[in-house]
Design a binder for this molecule. Sequence first.
Ligand SMILES: [Zn+2]
Length: 228
Amino acid sequence: MTALKDMWLEMHWNTKLHRKVLGSQQGNCAFYEWALELQNQNTLLYGNTAHLSDIQLCNQLEANICDKLTVPVLRAKLTNNISLKKWIEEVKHLDDKHLKDLASHRKITEELYRTSKHAMSSTKTSSSKTYNPSSSCLGTLTEAERTLLMKHRGCFKCRKFYVLHQLKDCTNGTLEASSYKTLTEADAIMAKLKTKTIAAIRPVGAVMPSPFQNRPPYVALSLDRAFF
Ligand SMILES: [Zn+2]
């Protein structure tokens, strides 16, 4: 009775282990550790009908490696005429290479992310400076200047009269505080006269400022989109 029980337990244990070997998949494990574990389990089955031969174990491993390794292993055409030990070593080499590539890709991606983030934040800083008429390099517009600019179709950023754009569309560079003089009614009249003269010589369309001038760099933004 005891012998029968032992035999049954033994058989049960073998079947369980055999199933475990056949059902094992690499998943997220490193290939070499997984292959060693499977070899150890198979060794325990030695002498039993459930024990896998080297060729069977090799097929078992090959059929259950992770997706990322499948293509490199197939390309390497390893299964012909090499021992199980050699096959495992070769696949380990491919797995190591794959992990190394993965690590360097991650590093490149992180680097690009950092660079694009930096470029984006510097673009933000420069644009907020550009569109802010009261930036540190130039004094805030006085109430009189504001009124003048409004009256004479001026731009609050470049502070020019009779222009065809507004503050948010202004493509002119930031003014230098050193060369700036407070706006007067006379300036507005001068600008009006100039505009009339230009309009008389050339059609208005020809003096329109290009909307593509002084654009902030969008390279960083498109990079960001490409990678994330
Ligand atoms: Zn302007």
